[in-house]
Design a protein around this ligand. Structure first.
Ligand SMILES: [Zn+2]
Length: 512
């Protein structure tokens, strides 16, 4: 049924007399649930003590269609509690609500702690609920859209964001989940591009697909090297360029690159020992970027311009596939020695980032980002959190701290990973034969600073080091590694895509 139609009312008295068919109450303390629902909860507790710690469906004549669904969030006041208590409670309750047969539930958070941690609790509950309801693209194409039967949601809340804003951002998250989660034949590079064309068809976002082999070899030579074993096949690579230009003046320009490895075999350094399953999700960065641009298309912010390049490539193997030791000159002129073909993500993003760095010279107040499921090291170091690796200007201007704060408030949390001199030493060319080394040849998870040093590579290969705090034109740049946060539970084979970093970006750049 796609994203449920959202309506917001400011109090329970404003609920319409008909049309809704369940009241879902999220609360950390059932004693605060007001009359007339309190009596039903109290009666239920007399026969089932578990009502305080698990979702319960209760019959209540005062609730729409007599369905009262009580969802305890657990405690909210410990040092380590955050707004995800509401997100997770709503997500976990979503399928219970769906399976009651309700198609138009009401979400209500009668008691929200009054502090900044829970400032966006209502919004988090909405996004969590939609996360729970989402079914994969393959399931919708097989069973039809009715596999997601809930068609409408009413929120009882005072929120600074409008229903249309919340719905537009959720549409973006949906695009991100579809693109990340879908299997590698249904979502080959060109099908990824087609999906984007359809997703942006009736919007003001311009979509350009670059799939011509000589053009890719000329303008995106490192990407073309990764795609070498896929040219001339149904899995041929492409670059997808998305551009949103606001009406009126531009005050700020976001320039974002997404890693869209539609399948990662590892290339000639083939993944062995069962490590290949799940690698259709190696396009989660590009998926998250496309999702954010979809949210932008729906919200239509003033003053904000967005340019994105998505590198959609299958990391394939054939007789002439690129191999370690090759030296390939990137778009910027930097000669890159390949250290390991399984470190392909930074290579497909390198020329896109170099291109956006060139364009940044003529844009208003630009900032640059790379978003990628880049390293096992990030997943190990950060668990389910995204890693933000900023350059000097992103630190000095406060950009990275603002984005971190938004990620926390909007239930899409990330952690800071500073970039250090050792990272630059690590990627430096060892002889005059080359300028940069793409990677060492061990697994990132057992490499010191395994998720930080790739940012140094990207910074150098795109010539962003010429735009540090010591330059005439500093350019803020943040590398975002979502290898730990891209799918639920870190389960790359079966976990539902999280759509990160759509919420963090929407919270920072699109929210009021
Ligand atoms: Zn790889």
């Amino acid at each position: 049924m796609a994203t449920p139609k959202l309506t917001i009312v400011s109090s329970i008295q404003e609920l319409p007399d008909s049309g809704c068919d369940a009241l879902v109450v999220l609360s950390h303390d059932l004693a605060t649930i007001p009359a007339p629902f309190a009596e039903t909860v109290h009666t239920a507790q007399q026969v089932d003590a578990q009502v305080v710690n698990k979702t319960s469906v209760l019959r209540c004549s005062a609730a729409p269609a007599q369905r009262l669904v009580v969802v305890p969030t657990g405690p909210l006041d410990r040092d380590y509690d955050d707004v995800r208590r509401f997100f997770d409670a709503a997500r976990n309750a979503a399928l219970i609500v769906r399976d009651t047969g309700a198609i138009a539930p009401v979400l209500w958070l009668p008691e929200i702690p009054k502090n900044t941690t829970y400032e966006k609790a209502v919004e988090a509950a909405w996004f969590g609920f939609c996360q729970g309801l989402y079914e994969p693209l393959e399931a919708r194409e097989h069973f039809g859209e009715n596999v997601e039967p809930i068609s409408a949601v009413t929120l009882i809340a005072e929120t600074s964001q409008s229903a249309s804003w919340l719905q537009a951002v959720e549409e973006g998250r949906r695009v991100a989940r579809d693109l990340c989660g879908t299997e590698p034949e249904r979502m080959s590079p060109m099908k990824f591009a087609e999906y984007c064309q359809q997703a942006f068809a009736s919007t003001s976002v311009k979509v350009q697909i670059i799939d011509d082999k000589p053009q890719l070899e000329h303008e995106y030579p490192l990407l073309a090297a990764v795609g070498r074993a896929s040219f001339g096949t149904s899995q041929r690579p492409c670059v997808i360029r998305l551009e949103y230009t606001p009406e009126g003046n531009v005050d700020e320009t976001l320039m974002i690159v997404g890693k869209g490895i539609t399948y990662d075999t590892g290339g000639a350094d083939v993944k062995t020992g069962g490590h290949m399953a799940g690698m259709s999700r190696d396009k989660g960065g590009a998926a998250g970027v496309a999702g954010f641009v979809k949210a932008v298309a729906g919200v239509k912010p003033q003053g904000l311009k967005v340019i994105a390049e998505l590198a959609a490539v299958r990391n394939n193997i054939d007789a002439l596939a690129f191999v370690a030791d090759e030296i390939i000159t990137g778009r910027s002129g930097k000669r890159v020695r390949i250290g390991n073909t399984d470190a392909e993500g930074r290579l497909v993003m390198a020329d896109c980032l170099a291109h956006l760095t060139e364009l940044a010279a003529n844009e208003v107040n630009p900032s640059l980002y790379t978003v990628a499921t880049l390293t096992g090291h990030a997943a190990l170091a950060k668990g389910p959190y995204s890693a933000f690796v900023p350059n000097g200007p992103a630190m000095k201007t406060g950009l990275v701290n603002d984005l971190l704060a938004a990620s926390e408030t909007w239930a899409d949390p990330a952690e800071l990973s500073p970039s250090r001199r050792e990272d630059y030493d690590f990627v430096r060319g060892r002889t005059k034969a080359d300028d940069l080394l793409s990677s060492n040849n061990g697994p990132s998870a057992t490499t010191k600073r395994g998720h930080q040093f790739p940012m140094a590579f990207l910074n150098e290969v795109a010539l962003l080091h010429e735009h540090g705090n010591n330059s005439d034109k500093p350019l803020p740049y943040i590398h975002i590694d979502i290898a730990g946060s891209g799918v639920e539970g870190g389960d790359w084979q079966h976990g539902k895509p999280t759509a990160t970093p759509v919420l963090a970006f929407a919270g920072k750049f699109l929210a009021r």
